[in-house]
Structures are given as C-alpha cells and as structure tokens.
Design a protein. Structure first.
Length: 250
C-alpha cells in the first residue's frame, strides 16, 4: 500500500487498487465555529485535490476531520464513509452516497477493501467518534487509523495489524488535560497489535497555527524518542515520519 500524508490528519491511502482520502483539509483555513481569534490553522498555499478518489473516509465531525471548505470543493458523487456525526456534515453539503458506520459495522469498497469502524475519540461527554481498520481483501494486509490516540481494546482481537497511523506526540492544555494522546497511547497500541510500521498523524506539517488557544497548547515527545521507546520495549515496529506530500510504500 502507498500512504501520502497531506498535513494534519489528512491522508491519501492507496490500498487494494483503491484511493481513499482520509479526513481531508486541503484548502482554506481551519477554524472551529469560525472563532479565528481562538484557533486558526493556515498554510501558504492550498494543497491540490488528489485525482481519482474512490472514497472519502471521515473519522469525526469536527472541522479538522470533516473540513467544510474542502468538502465543498470535492466531487459530491464520491462515496463517503463516516462516523454518524461526520455523516451529518456531508449530508448538509449535498453528498449523494453516504455510509454512516457505527462501531463494529463494516463497509466493503468495490469488493477490494473492507472498512470496519472501531470506538475512537471521545468528543464531549456523550459522543464517541470512529477509528477505522482497512483491510486489502486480496492479500489481507491491514491499516488502522485513529487520529487522537484513543484505541479500542477490541483491536487486540485482530492483531497483528500491519500499519498503524496515530499520534505520537502528546498535545494537552493546562487544567483540561490531553487533547491528543501520543507517546504512551501509541506505545500501548504497538504492544497490543504489533504493527510492522507506525506513522504519526495530527502534526502540523507545513501549517501555521495561531490564536489564543495555541499559546496554551503543550506538546511533548518526538519521533526519535518514540522509536527509542519501542526498542526499549523489545518491539520491532519501525516509525516512518513522511514529509507532507511524500508518498511512502509499506
């Protein structure tokens, strides 16, 4: 499979002869509820929208996963697999083929890739979003994606998993605690599913972040520290940290 990181949580996954665009933020700025003063992500120039997309896969309904300006530009006839919360976003934008997956449900894309939803990140007190397991049905290779570092214990039942995409750096706010669970959470999932490769997500890439919230965000950890942590735990998992736009074959 080929993996291309497009900054932040956005990925182009080429698996089973299918091209799957995950949590795309490719054009325009990123804000939450249009509160630029609180948080704003921007880049010097928009990213090109990839060609020949077979599926859009959305893990959450928040703007950094279901980014309205990007979704408005994508072809509304592209099928979308989404968490129930993200499905509401694309429904309002006029998408024609929306598959809402609850935890434990599966969808098969063109008889080549199976996508299964797992419990993912808690958003507020009552909402639990999605992580996803993608399986190439031709060769049984697997990829797991969860963008905030909340990993279901159910994953252990399907171990090993070939590739895991998850945060490696912790991001937290004073008093509120972790927004993104990195090092320790990534280590636990590595112990659980024994991946051959892990790739970090949720990092900034070529993005400038500004606003009041950014001043209080605390980041901890590096890719190098995490690779050392894996080795200290006798894990053979290799960490790959691609540059934005770089295609990686695994």
């Amino acid at each position: 499979m080929n993996l291309t990181w497009l900054d932040s949580n956005s990925w182009l996954i080429e698996i089973g002869e299918q091209r799957i665009l995950i949590d795309p933020w490719l054009i325009g700025d990123l804000t939450f509820n249009n509160l630029d003063w609180l948080f704003k992500g921007s880049r010097t120039q928009d990213r090109s929208i990839p060609d020949n997309i077979n599926l859009i896969l959305l893990s959450q309904g928040l703007e950094d996963h279901a980014h309205p300006p990007t979704l408005k530009q994508l072809n509304k006839n592209i099928p979308v697999v989404a968490s129930p919360n993200a499905a509401k976003v694309v429904e309002k934008l006029g998408y024609q083929q929306i598959i809402s997956l609850n935890h434990g449900e599966t969808f098969t894309l063109n008889n080549q890739v199976e996508i299964k939803a797992f419990p993912g990140s808690p958003i507020g007190p009552t909402l639990l979003e999605n992580g996803y397991l993608l399986k190439d049905l031709a060769n049984n290779s697997t990829l797991y994606y969860e963008p905030h570092g909340y990993h279901s214990p159910q994953l252990q039942e399907i171990a090993p998993i070939d590739v895991v995409i998850t945060p490696i750096i912790d991001l937290s706010l004073p008093l509120l605690g972790p927004i993104i669970k990195g090092m320790n959470s990534a280590l636990e999932v590595a112990k659980s599913v024994k991946p051959r490769f892990m790739l970090p997500t949720a990092a900034g890439g070529d993005i400038l972040f500004e606003g009041l919230l950014v001043k209080f965000l605390q980041a901890r950890g590096t890719v190098e520290e995490f690779q050392t942590l894996l080795e200290k735990n006798n894990l053979t998992t290799k960490v790959i940290a691609p540059n934005p736009g770089e295609k990686v074959m695994v």
